[in-house]
Design a protein around this ligand. Structure first.
Ligand SMILES: Cc1ncc(COP(=O)(O)O)c(C=O)c1O
Length: 409
């Protein structure tokens, strides 16, 4: 039968490799139980394999009045106390010598997607990391963009040369640039930029913005799982006094920050030196919200505001999350140490939910993934690598895992 879809929706197709492996892993657990190493799941689990739900978060959620949960938000931009809390949280410890604008979104996904929509047009090119979160490409397609990718690494550091070359070429071609980074705790490699890399990147983009508008979109979905929050805070301070043509948008999400993925709350957080750039940002994104999802779940916004704007609750949350940051560190330390011992090639991991094995050839990736499945180890293929979700594996399953994986290489 003829498709009823409009022309550019006809070829919407996701190669469902992720869901397929996740389903296979679940099925294997039913048959083989605890012998299975399910390294496919991207959410944080405790040492018993249960999804982490933080007491400081959900106890507070229960205190929110049903009328607050049931009612519409007062604004398409987001509740005033939520915006205040996001500002306070994202810029904690930052001397803010710049202007900011915040618009609530459904998760980090909404923040990334609305920024895409308002800063590039159909047929224009967005710059993405060559290894990255899959929905960036889906969103680009949804808006009719072309994509270009920069190489992520040069040895063990960020590939600044590749990033700069691609930015310049795009600026040359279309007179404006939208570039995406995912920092700190890049998904899926776990890399975080150093202060020097951040400074170089900001100075470069600031300079480039003399040729045309430059938007740097930093996806900070995993920021609160960084061991080194000061680096990103210092980078934010570097945004002071930049060219008016240079806009930075941070895509914030409570999904990881509160491990509250299902509440669907996030925000676009803009930084600029120009009041007009901020006013335009708020106006366009607020109207996009009205035109697509209307307003954001009030309960999730209220929850975040209550947790962040109250000192004791904020501390309780921070203390509880610190336990999991430590846990992630313990898990990744075991994996990385053993990987080094057995000579397993891994991208330069620093922190975060995932470690990625370096396998550039896609045929070889599939062969390794298949061999791993035979050992009941389930992983996800990403561009140029194989992702191991240390966020969902207990330490006892991580011990010895690098060696077992190496046997499949
Ligand atoms: C890199 C990255 N960015 C953004 C998100 C957005 O998540 P959400 O829409 O739940 O906030 C995710 C979720 O997995 C992610 O991995």
């Amino acid at each position: 039968m003829k498709s009823l879809l409009k022309e550019n929706s006809k070829d919407k197709m996701v190669e469902d490799t992720v869901f397929k492996v996740v389903a296979e892993a679940m099925n294997a657990v039913k048959i083989h139980g605890d012998k299975v190493v399910n390294a496919t799941l991207g959410s944080l689990s405790d040492e018993d394999g249960n999804l982490v739900t933080m007491k400081s978060v959900w106890d507070e959620y229960k205190n929110i009045d049903a009328k607050e949960l049931a009612s519409y938000s007062a604004s398409f931009r987001g509740e005033a106390d939520f915006i205040e809390a996001v500002e306070k949280w994202v810029f904690q410890g930052v001397k803010k010598d710049f202007l900011t604008g915040i618009v609530a979104t459904p998760g980090g996904s909404g923040a990334v997607s609305t920024t895409f929509k308002n800063y590039l047009g159909r047929g224009e090119t967005v710059l993405l990391p060559e290894i990255g979160w899959g929905p960036y490409w889906l969103m680009a397609k949804e808006f009719g963009f072309e994509t270009e990718e920069y190489s992520l690494f040069d040895g063990d550091g960020f590939n600044m040369q590749s990033f700069m070359t691609k930015c310049e070429a795009i600026m040359e071609k279309q007179g404006r640039l939208l570039a995406v980074i995912n920092d700190p705790c890049h998904n899926p490699t776990g890399y975080s930029l150093t202060s020097e890399e951040w400074n170089d990147l900001i100075s470069f983009m600031d300079k480039l913005s003399k040729k045309g508008p430059v938007v740097l979109l930093d996806d900070i979905a995993y920021m609160d799982f960084s061991n080194n929050r000061e680096t990103i805070s210092k980078a934010m301070e570097e945004l002071k006094g930049r060219n008016e043509n240079f806009l930075v948008v941070f895509a914030f999400s409570i999904s990881k920050t509160l491990t509250a993925y299902g509440l669907r709350v996030g925000a676009q957080v803009a930084v600029s030196s120009s009041q007009q750039v901020i006013d335009d940002f708020i106006r366009a994104n607020e109207i996009s919200a009205r035109a697509v999802w209307s307003n954001i779940p009030k309960g999730g916004m209220k929850l975040f505001a209550r947790l962040i704007l109250d000192k004791d609750k904020r501390e309780a949350l921070t203390n509880e999350r610190n336990i999991y940051i430590e846990l992630l560190k313990d898990r990744s330390d075991i994996f990385m140490k053993e990987a080094e011992d057995v000579g397993l090639p891994v991208y330069p991991y620093k922190e975060g939910f995932f470690v990625t094995l370096k396998v550039e050839d896609s045929k070889r990736q599939k062969e390794i993934q298949k061999k791993l499945k035979e050992k009941l180890i389930y992983t996800i293929l990403v561009n140029k690598g194989i992702r191991v979700a240390v966020c969902s594996l207990p330490k006892r399953k991580i011990k010895g895992l690098a060696g077992r994986i190496k046997e499949a290489f």
